[in-house]
Design a protein around this ligand. Structure first.
Ligand code: B1M
Length: 210
């Protein structure tokens, strides 16, 4: 049999859910939940992305992998460290219009929620109006947008322009993340035409730090 970490990674890549909980339980006995997510499960998703990108894996199998990933994160969530106390701030979080990828966004939700932030997670495919209306209505401190498709990077730019047009750019700092973005695109190109503060987060932890 494969060593445990390899087995878990293979479960993600192969989309094999049967016996997942037993393996996670075993992993939890030897390493923290967060490390299992970051160093094992995310490695599996990375492999899935490479296989899909190079044409070696078809979409339904990617979906199966995503489902195992979600189940694994849901199983591990209660074991993640939590900071209790007063909320440090409120973030409205969404995957942008036209984009269904939500594993990364939901990790951001978990990490922020566990560290004292109130997260209003709007879900996937959110039009800019829904994001901005929620931010105003909930009096958010920050708006967070996620998107993994190249076209989502364009949508994010449009969303920032819409914030300028509505005159609310200075009110809501914006945090952006997702695989198709680069730091330079966000902090140079997008920042240049945004009348507020927009930042790039490479992962959920940089998001938390920011
Ligand atoms: Co899709 N997909 N997918 N996919 N998918 C990508 C993104 C792709 C790069 C794969 C590839 O070709 N190699 C490619 C995009 C290419 C491009 O745009 N140039 C792609 C494609 C093409 C597609 C479809 C168009 C395929 C099709 O239908 N023909 C389609 C799009 C549908 C749509 O959105 N309209 C599609 C569909 C799907 C599935 C539904 C099968 C599934 C998603 C399931 C789900 O999310 N519920 C899926 C998956 C799983 C992937 C890959 C393989 C893995 C994504 C993932 O979950 N990674 C992905 C490959 C890749 O990313 N390289 C791919 C793990 C996750 C934790 O990482 O979300 O990047 P990520 O989050 C990271 C950071 O980015 C950051 O923190 C996280 C880590 O801590 N982060 C933030 C993310 N958001 C943040 C927000 C923040 C801060 C940090 O603050 C607000």
């Amino acid at each position: 049999a494969l060593p445990l970490a390899e087995r878990l990674k293979a479960r993600i890549v192969d989309g094999e859910r049967k016996g997942l909980e037993a393996d996670l339980q075993e992993a939890l006995a030897v390493r923290p939940a967060l490390e299992i997510i970051n160093e094992v499960l995310l490695e599996g998703m990375k492999t899935v992305g490479e296989l899909f990108g190079s044409g070696q894996m078809q979409l339904p199998f990617v979906l199966a992998s995503a489902e195992v990933m979600k189940a694994a994160v849901a199983y591990l969530e209660p074991f993640l460290d939590r900071v209790e106390g007063e909320t440090k701030g409120r973030i409205v979080l969404a995957t942008v219009k036209g984009d269904v990828h939500d594993i990364g966004k939901n990790l951001v939700d978990i990490i922020l929620s566990n560290n004292g932030y109130e997260v209003i997670n709007l879900g996937i495919k959110q039009p800019v109006s829904a994001i901005l209306e929620a931010a105003v209505e909930k009096d958010a401190d920050v708006i967070g947008m996620s998107g993994l498709l190249v076209k989502s990077t364009v949508i994010m730019k449009e969303n920032l322009q819409e914030m300028n047009a509505r005159g609310i750019s200075a009110r809501f700092p914006v945090l952006l993340g997702g695989a198709a973005l680069t730091r330079a695109y966000v902090e140079q190109d997008l920042a240049a035409s945004f009348a507020g503060d927009v930042r790039y987060a490479r992962d959920a932890f940089e998001g938390l730090r920011l």
